[in-house]
Design a protein around this ligand. Structure first.
Ligand SMILES: Cc1cc2nc3c(=O)[nH]c(=O)nc-3n(C[C@H](O)[C@H](O)[C@H](O)COP(=O)(O)OP(=O)(O)OC[C@H]3O[C@@H](n4cnc5c(N)ncnc54)[C@H](O)[C@@H]3O)c2cc1C
Length: 295
């Protein structure tokens, strides 16, 4: 099944766009996880139309019910990579998906990687992109820093280049889906808390809090969930800081790829996310209709 649009993120930006694209008769799939920022908001009293405060959770439930009633397909998955050929191919932890257009509405990237000297070695052995840099580490000793499905997915990607892979969880409990657990046997797993990274020009060692050390040639960061920043690094999406750059039609620098909501670094409010989702829907609808005409 090739969707007209796949929306990554089921917060207000993603669902708002889905409501419009579904009503415009575009085959729409929303992929997301249950961790919208809105769930953290106890009370919202500045969103139009609610005379009394409403909890973020209830507002999100209403938006989801509205999209479902209109016929949007919504599924639970974490997207770990997006590739563009003549269309978009998305890899999730639970499956693969294809679409003519994609909206990134994944919210603000929040994960900070709590490891000393990480930034010092960025570009010198520390990488955020297995797709971009995996090739440079053929038959080398590499690590993936992370503890979730995303990290395991990155380690699986790296296995095409080297068999010497360790997953470093930095004292975080491994949190991996059932369908990925079997792959773990291909990697070493080190759960010790990291003190710091060391090296001269390039990363050479991981030093742990218990005094032990591991020599290493490359360390790939996949800490927490795949975010808009990870997609940007892998696909060459233009960013400013951690925010995706969009124009006033919510287009990124990649044709057919759009972004809306907190991931664009705007005023982080529901009204803005919903507004950007609506704007993106217009452009996505035009884009898909033009492609249908051409095709
Ligand atoms: C404590 C708190 C209080 C707030 N109070 C207010 C308020 O009073 N008024 C107001 O207007 N705003 C408030 N906000 C801000 C508001 O919640 C956000 O601006 C809004 O939720 C942004 O919407 P979004 O759709 O861009 O992102 P989010 O709501 O964060 O949704 C992002 C979605 O993307 C999904 N996702 C992320 N990565 C992936 C991936 N790799 N694969 C699949 N899915 C993914 C997430 O699971 C989630 O579904 C508050 C925020 C917080 C934290």
């Amino acid at each position: 099944m090739i969707y007209d649009v796949i929306i990554i993120g089921k917060g207000p930006a993603g669902l708002s766009c889905a409501i419009y694209t579904t009503r415009a008769n575009l085959k729409t799939l929303v992929i997301g996880k249950d961790d919208s920022m809105l769930l953290k908001a106890d009370k919202i009293e500045n969103y139009y139309g609610f005379a009394e405060p409403i909890s973020g959770k209830e507002l999100l439930e209403k938006g989801t019910a509205q999209a479902l009633r209109l016929g949007t397909e919504i599924i639970e998955d974490e997207v770990v990579s997006i590739e563009k050929t003549d269309r978009f191919k998305l890899t999730g932890v639970n499956g693969e998906y294809e679409a003519m257009t994609v909206l990134i509405a994944t919210g603000a990237p929040v994960v900070r990687v709590p490891v000393k000297n990480l930034s010092k070695f960025e570009g010198n052995g520390v990488s955020y992109c297995t797709t971009c840099d995996g090739f440079f580490y053929r038959n080398k000793k590499v690590g993936v820093l992370g503890y979730t499905d995303y990290a395991v997915h990155e380690a699986i990607d790296l296995a095409a280049f080297t068999q010497d892979i360790t997953l470093y969880t930095n004292n975080m409990p491994l949190s991996v889906s059932e369908n990925l657990k079997e792959s773990l046997s291909k990697f070493r797993i080190n759960t010790t808390k990291i003190k710091e990274l060391q090296g001269q020009e390039r990363i050479e060692e991981i030093v742990f809090e218990d005094g032990s050390k591991d020599s290493i040639e490359g360390l790939f960061i996949a800490y927490g969930s795949a975010s808009s920043t990870s997609f940007a690094l892998k696909m060459g999406i233009a960013t400013e800081g951690k925010s995706i750059i969009v124009n006033d039609k919510m287009e990124t620098n990649i044709p057919g790829l759009f972004a809306a909501g907190d991931c664009t670094g705007v005023f982080k409010q529901v009204a803005v996310a919903v507004g950007q989702g609506a704007l993106a829907s217009r452009q996505i609808t035009d884009y898909v209709r033009n492609m249908r005409k051409d095709g």
